[in-house]
Write a protein that binds this ligand. Structure first.
Ligand SMILES: NC(=O)c1ccc[n+]([C@@H]2O[C@H](COP(=O)([O-])OP(=O)(O)OC[C@H]3O[C@@H](n4cnc5c(N)ncnc54)[C@H](OP(=O)(O)O)[C@@H]3O)[C@@H](O)[C@H]2O)c1
Length: 249
């Protein structure tokens, strides 16, 4: 779905979220830093359900190589993946930031105008190694997601996908069963992202509050990595006590 589709509604006074809801079946996704394991997992998962994904990169040739490799790996699926620089990915309806946390602001700030009005999903975790352990770092804003929101005041910033382990999650033949906690101060944007996640095989999107939740969600990733290290696995999160997605308020 083109960017122009979003702009049409602006003239009529229709809200961006309403427009996105109406056309969510045709939404496209862009991934900034889509050449890394996390971005590739996001890209193949959404492409696997027929959503066009622009795999962004700082260098077009790296994106082209990544898209070619993913298309070859999943050749029988004809994935709708498109190669492009990060600016091309930033023109999508929903944009996922999948760079290391150190590069997040340098990536999104120059794209702020392009990202205006768009849903921008931050999945970055600020972590560091301390001896053998992975431990969470506390960004001055409390979380990377809030830093993205500060850098993009005109965008609809959402936190999601922080806990999804890229390796197993990128295997389209074996969907992971997991809940994805989604936080945003923009409730409509959060609902749109929850709805998109609910369409992915094995996943359930869970509305997990405003941007204030991002601190806990991001820091939790460090504990999950320690679970993985101890049990030599790739754990993800499953919450109990939630109703079926179709019956959730
Ligand atoms: N890996 C996981 O299992 C996982 C799971 C959940 C969340 N995450 C989060 O997702 C993010 C990406 O993880 P990853 O493992 O895919 O990371 P990564 O491989 O280190 O980086 C992803 C891509 O970001 C770009 N990049 C690297 N350094 C950059 C910089 N300084 N500034 C701007 N762009 C840069 C590179 O793409 P180009 O060179 O092509 O531009 C790279 O391929 C991280 O913030 C991580 O915390 C990861």
């Amino acid at each position: 779905m083109s960017v122009d589709g979003l702009h049409t509604g602006e003239a009529t006074g229709e809200s961006t979220s309403a427009r996105l809801s109406c056309k969510s079946a045709g939404v496209n996704i862009g991934v900034l830093g889509g050449t890394g394991p996390a971005g590739q997992a996001v890209a193949v998962q959404f492409a696997g359900i027929g959503i066009e994904v622009v795999v962004g990169s700082r260098a077009l040739d790296r994106s082209e190589e990544t898209v070619a490799a993913l298309r070859e790996k999943w050749s029988e699926r004809d994935l709708p993946l498109v190669a492009g620089e990060n600016a091309a990915a930033a023109a999508a309806d929903v944009v996922v930031v999948a760079t290391p946390w150190e590069g997040v602001l340098a990536t999104v700030e120059p794209l702020a105008e392009l990202l205006r009005g768009r849903i921008v999903v931050s999945m970055a975790n600020a972590l560091t190694r301390f001896g053998k352990e992975m431990i969470p770092l506390l960004p001055p804003t409390g979380s990377v997601t809030v830093a993205v929101a500060r850098a993009l005041p005109a965008s609809r910033v959402v936190g999601a996908f922080h806990h999804m382990p890229a390796g197993p999650w990128s295997d389209l033949d074996h969907p992971m069963e997991a809940d994805v906690m989604v936080c945003s101060d923009d409730r409509d944007a959060r609902a749109e992202v929850v709805g998109l996640i609910d369409r992915l095989p094995g996943l359930r999107g869970v509305a997990a509050g405003g941007l204030g939740s991002a601190l806990a969600i991001e820091a939790m990733t460090a504990a999950l990595l320690e679970v993985n290290r101890h049990y030599k696995t790739h754990a993800a999160i499953r919450l109990t006590g939630l109703a079926d997605p179709a019956r959730r308020p």
